[in-house]
Design a protein around this ligand. Structure first.
Ligand code: GRF
Length: 208
């Protein structure tokens, strides 16, 4: 079974969804390590309760990026745990060269919008304020930009009359939990390839 390291900074509902999906036999991979840049992130306790090694790893400084030294420590911990894939789940830092170089095309992120619309922070608020009628979520490969890597899978979520940031975020979050499992199952199966920016599922192309 493929192994996944999760990087997360907060609540950890996506991480928990992955742990539950493995237990239920719906995710064909398992989380072997959870790392957080915040010592008080609830995700750490959630993972430990499921028996998963979960650690705070100092980001080196406040700000959008980890220091190169800190990032090297993240790489070392992930390698030591035997992680083949890295799943960002509410990780509030921009990943740089050390991690990208150590896990080429093996780092994915989940973002609460239909990218390329509304990258960055508060995507649900951005979508609501823009007035879109269809919001959603995206699993994408991580590259050096912010939410700019090739798209693996997306789910659309209609905006309802009277939606608030909270109500829309909750409906998107429900879909995130499903989408992350489906996207990881595709990637872990190896039945895909990258054509430029397009992630092409091999089954889909073969009509199988
Ligand atoms: C999710 O909305 C995810 O898309 C975004 O950050 C949030 C993390 O939520 N990147 P959780 O910590 O997984 O509950």
């Amino acid at each position: 079974m493929s192994t996944i390291g999760v990087l997360a900074s907060g609540r950890g509902s996506n991480c928990e969804a992955l742990l539950q999906a493995t237990r239920a036999g719906r995710l064909h991979g398992r989380v072997v390590l959870v790392l957080s840049d915040r010592p008080d992130a609830p995700v750490l306790e959630k993972a430990r309760r499921q028996g998963v090694d979960a650690r705070h790893l100092d980001p080196g400084r406040a700000g959008a990026r980890l220091t190169p030294e800190a990032e090297a420590a993240y790489v070392a911990a992930l390698r030591e745990a035997g992680a083949e894939w890295v799943a960002l789940a509410g990780f509030m830092r921009i990943v740089g060269k050390p991690l990208l170089g150590a896990f080429p095309e093996r780092i994915v992120n989940i973002h609460p919008s239909l990218l390329p619309a509304f990258p960055g922070l508060e995507a649900q608020r951005q979508a609501l304020e823009y007035g879109v009628q269809v919001a959603g979520c995206t699993v994408h490969f991580v590259n050096e930009g912010v939410d700019t890597g090739p798209i693996v899978m997306q789910t659309a979520v209609p905006v309802r009359r009277g939606d608030t940031v909270e109500s829309l975020s909750l409906r998107i979050l429900d879909q995130e939990h499903e989408l992350y499992v489906r996207a990881l199952n595709l990637l872990l199966s190896g039945r895909w390839r990258l054509e430029g920016r397009r992630v092409v599922a091999i089954d889909e192309e073969d009509g199988a």
